[in-house]
Design a protein around this ligand. Structure first.
Ligand code: NAP
Ligand code: F7E
Length: 349
């Protein structure tokens, strides 16, 4: 049987690398777009690139940038994919306030470039767009959860760009009959999460603290709530979205929400450190309960001009239609992340 061909934009990122490995395990021929960088950016997929295992299964990488429309069209024409997983983005919410034009260019126009390339070349190619729970902003429905019917109320240039890409994907589906679907994914993390996202910043610090018992972790808002899941569970959901009988939009989430403060407490607890907090004005100070040493404080620098205070996703539609549900709870997620950062440190000693 002919292998299915997948093209992943954003293959060097967290989700792209997990998805590439999942698709290889499902016997896909996998192509990915990587940007030209001054250092190699393929760390997350180097194991697969080096392996070239027995069945000659590997990832075919192409230089590309989703802001370059000609390049996008060229790649679609050359690769002739059956499925396109469009994950490439400037994905950091705080940075989107500093680089709003750039974020809109990559996250919105990049999506337009991919959709147009598919529309012009072959409308039968299935398209997945990586939309985000950030699009909800602070909107809450009556049960305090967000699902596919909840009103969007974006709070950042990132969220606005993603919402535009979400609607654009629907427009292409409705106007041209294309198989174009959105995944509205809530936060999902892993041992290879970018180091300037909250969970990884915390897991790296906690791992180091377990060796040195030194340092002060500087954070921003501890009072926001996030629905955190584990990235490998979520990329399985992404794949299921494109295998569904027709194109549609799906929430993928853990269904449980915790404050940032709780995440930090649980991460320290994992290495046997209990924290106690003091709040002076708006500033938090966190101490090691055992010896009263200061281990964290909040500073203005890491606060955003606008914050999404509360996210909790309802994934019932994905559960019913895709038979998808998350497998990893927050304690296991923290264990995976902190233990992996401890292991990384051990190897570097
Ligand atoms: P990530 O780790 O930041 O990866 C982003 C990927 O996009 C990287 O491979 C990056 O390449 C690539 N990229 C950035 N700009 C590009 C451009 N102009 N042209 C081509 N490639 C470009 O993000 P992630 O966590 O894997 O998330 C994947 C997607 O899901 C993103 O669209 C994100 O916005 C969305 N999303 C993520 C979450 C989450 O919690 N992780 C939740 C909802 C939605 P480099 O390696 O060269 O930087
Ligand atoms: O922040 C707070 C911060 O940057 C989580 C992206 O994958 O998920 C992600 O966006 C929370 C926020 O993720 C620090 O203010 C406190 O309330 O890890 P984050 P995010 O903004 O939720 C969505 C679904 C996406 O789509 C995005 O692509 O933690 N926070 N102190 C901090 N956040 C960071 N980064 N750094 C801090 O020091």
């Amino acid at each position: 049987m002919k292998k299915k061909v997948a093209l992943i934009t954003g293959i060097t990122g967290q989700d792209g690398s997990f998805l590439a490995k999942l698709l290889l395990s499902k016997n896909y021929k996998v192509h990915g777009i990587k940007r030209r960088t001054s250092f190699f950016s393929t760390k997350r997929i180097d194991d697969v690139l080096k392996e070239k295992h027995s069945k000659n299964q590997t990832i075919n990488l192409h230089y590309g940038d989703v802001t370059d429309s000609v390049n996008c069209f060229d790649l679609i024409k050359k690769i002739k994919p059956d499925e396109v997983y469009h994950l490439a983005a400037q994905s950091h919410v705080a940075i989107s306030f500093e680089q709003p034009y750039y974020t809109a260019n990559v996250d919105f126009l990049g999506t337009l470039n991919m959709l147009e390339s598919i529309r012009i070349y072959n409308k039968k190619i299935k398209f997945y767009n990586a939309a985000s729970s950030e699009m909800y902003g602070d909107s809450r429905n009556s049960i305090g959860e967000q699902n596919e019917n909840t009103t969007f109320n974006p709070k950042s240039p990132y969220a606005v760009s993603k919402l535009a890409s979400f609607h654009l994907t629907k427009v292409y589906r409705e106007s041209y009959g294309m198989f174009a679907s959105n995944g509205i994914l809530f936060n999902h993390e892993s041992e290879i999460r970018g180091e300037n996202f909250l969970t990884r910043k915390v897991s790296k610090f906690v791992a180091k603290y377990s060796f040195t018992k030194k340092g002060i972790l500087l954070l921003g808002n501890l009072d926001s709530y996030r629905d955190w899941g584990y990235a490998p569970d979520f990329v399985d959901g992404i794949w299921r979205i494109l295998q569904y009988k027709h194109p549609d939009d799906f929430v993928l989430s853990s269904g449980i929400t915790h404050s940032v403060k709780k995440f930090v407490i649980l991460a320290f607890k994992h290495i046997g450190v209990e924290l106690k907090f003091k709040k002076i004005g708006n500033q938090y100070f966190g101490y090691n309960k055992l010896n009263n040493n200061l281990v964290l404080k909040t500073i203005n620098y890491y606060y955003r001009p606008n914050e999404v205070n509360y996210l909790k996703g309802n994934y019932l539609k994905a559960k019913k239609k895709l038979k998808w549900k998350p497998k990893t709870n927050i304690n296991n997620l923290i264990k995976i992340m902190v233990d992996n950062d401890i292991e990384n440190l051990r190897k570097s000693l």
